[in-house]
Design a protein around this ligand. Structure first.
Ligand code: 13P
Length: 249
């Protein structure tokens, strides 16, 4: 089954609602006419509504960067999948390494957030990736396997086929300017696909994105790899011209 290329920006804690609107107005004409590619921007929660309004009809999907798994409740500072969806999100990033490392997200939490996102009809972009110490210790595959099994625990093949997108983001490549080589990324992503299959999930139809220092000048080479189905872009998604260049790789 062909996998539609998926090009997504993750703005992290950058841009106000108005800045999001300005960006979207600038980027829409730059990426128009690119049929057969899915384009998305994961924006701060405070910019979701304005971004979704600005992107309406453009084909650019707007997403949240994190969610709480409960629908509502006494969880100060959190937002639910239903709230993100009501604000205009059609996807959510779940388990980004910054959440895992800085805010304590565990595989179990990620699995709950994933279920919440899918339950609210959001596409869920689930991130996995090893640290530099883990890679240097030769533990990359073991770490990824554990993250996959924990983060996707309880996920049915039907739900995965409908709403799961995976992202491989080696922690040592995020914001460092050090990209995994296309061979390293391909080899690891092929492993992730084999693991998905071993878990009984429809691996051939699940998109696996690569993230970590993606730039306009490395996007095409990464996208040429058979198991790289899209890109999750941090820093280079903050400027309309560089994000457009990546979308139009
Ligand atoms: P950079 O592209 O800034 O390395 O960030 C990658 C990332 O974390 C995307 O989610």
């Amino acid at each position: 089954m062909p996998r539609t290329p998926f090009l997504a920006g993750n703005w992290k804690m950058f841009k106000t609602g108005q800045q999001a609107v300005d960006f979207i107005r600038e980027v829409v004409p730059l990426v128009a006419g690119r049929a057969g590619r899915e384009v998305a921007l994961a924006v701060p929660a405070t910019a979701l509504f304005q971004a979704a309004e600005a992107a309406r009809g453009s084909g650019i999907a707007i997403g949240a960067q994190n969610l709480h798994w409960e629908r509502e409740g006494a969880f100060t500072g959190e937002i639910s999948a239903a709230m993100a969806a009501a604000a205009g999100a059609s996807l959510a990033i779940v388990g980004h390494s910054e959440r895992r490392q800085l805010f304590g997200d565990t595989d179990e939490w990620v699995s709950r957030k994933l279920a919440a996102a899918l339950g609210a009809d959001l596409l869920a972009v689930v991130c996995v990736g090893e640290t530099l110490a883990q890679r240097e210790a030769g533990r990359t595959l073991e770490v990824l396997s554990a993250q996959l099994r924990g983060s996707l625990a309880g996920l049915s093949a039907t739900a995965a086929g409908k709403g799961l997108v995976m992202a491989y983001e080696p922690v040592w490549a995020i914001g460092t300017g050090k990209t995994a080589t296309k061979e390293e990324a391909q080899e690891t992503q092929a492993f992730i696909r084999r693991e998905l299959s071993a878990m009984g999930l429809p691996a051939e139809s699940i998109r696996i994105l690569y993230g970590g220092s993606v730039k306009p000048d490395n996007a095409a080479a990464l996208m040429a790899q058979p198991d790289i189905d899209g890109l999750l872009v941090g820093g280079a998604s903050l400027k309309a011209d560089s994000f457009a260049a990546i979308v139009n790789f």
